[in-house]
Design a protein around this ligand. Sequence first.
Ligand SMILES: *Cc1c(COP(=O)(O)O)cnc(C)c1O
Length: 230
Amino acid sequence: KGLEANSYLNDARRKVAEILHALPDNIIFTSGGTESDNLAIFGIARKYKDQGKHIITTKIEHHAVLHPCEQLEKEGFSVTYLEPDSEGFISPKRVRAAMTPETILVSVMYANNEIGTIEPIAEIGKEILKWRKENNTTFPYFHTDACQAAGALELDVEKLHVDLMTINGSKIYGPKGVGVLYKRRNVQIQPLIFGGGQEMGQRSGTENIPGIVGLAKALELIQNNRLEEN
Ligand SMILES: *Cc1c(COP(=O)(O)O)cnc(C)c1O
C-alpha cells in the first residue's frame, strides 16, 4: 500500500512538472502558498546570506511574502519594496534600477490577489538575466508567487524566466492546505522544516498524498481550460 501511495505521489509530481515545463525533482510539495513563499524567501536568504543581504519585492505582495521580508529586515537584511504605477503594474525597468551587487533575490507576484493586475514576469525575468550576464553573476534569483495566476495563465517557468514559483491548491478549486514550490536545478535553499528527508530533503514530513494528488488534478483540469477561465 505504501508503494501504491508512492506511485500516486510520483504521478502527481510528474504531472505538475510537465505543466510547469520543469523536471519532477524541481517540484517541492508543501502545506500551501504561505509555506511555499516562506520557503522561497527564507530558503534563499539563509542559503546565500554571505553573497548579499538585499532583497527586492513589491508593496502589493501577499502577506505570505511581505511578512517574511519584514522578518528578514529584523535579521539584518535590507529590502526594497517597489511601488506599482497608478494602474498596479511593476515596471521591469524599476526592478532593474533597484538591483545592486548585494541583491540575492527578487520576488514579484504573477497576478495580484486584490486588484487582479498581471505583472510582466517574463520581462522582469529578462532584465534579471541581462543583469546577471553584464555583472557575471548568478544573482539575483527570481521568485514569483503565482497562486492567483495558476488558474488562468501560462505557467511555463522557462518562458517566465523564474527560478522559484509558488502555487497552491486552494486558488485553483483544489484542496486547501497543499502547495508547490518550483525550484530551478542548481538553485539551493535552506529548508524550513528538517526531519525525515522527504521532498528531496527540502521539506521533511510525511507527504499529504490526498492533498498532493488533488492539487495535481486540479492544476491539470484548470490548465486544460485556461483560455476559457482567463
Ligand atoms: C492565497 C494566497 C497565498 C496563501 O496561500 P495559502 O495556501 O492560503 O497558504 C499566497 N499568495 C497569494 C497571492 C495568494 O492568493
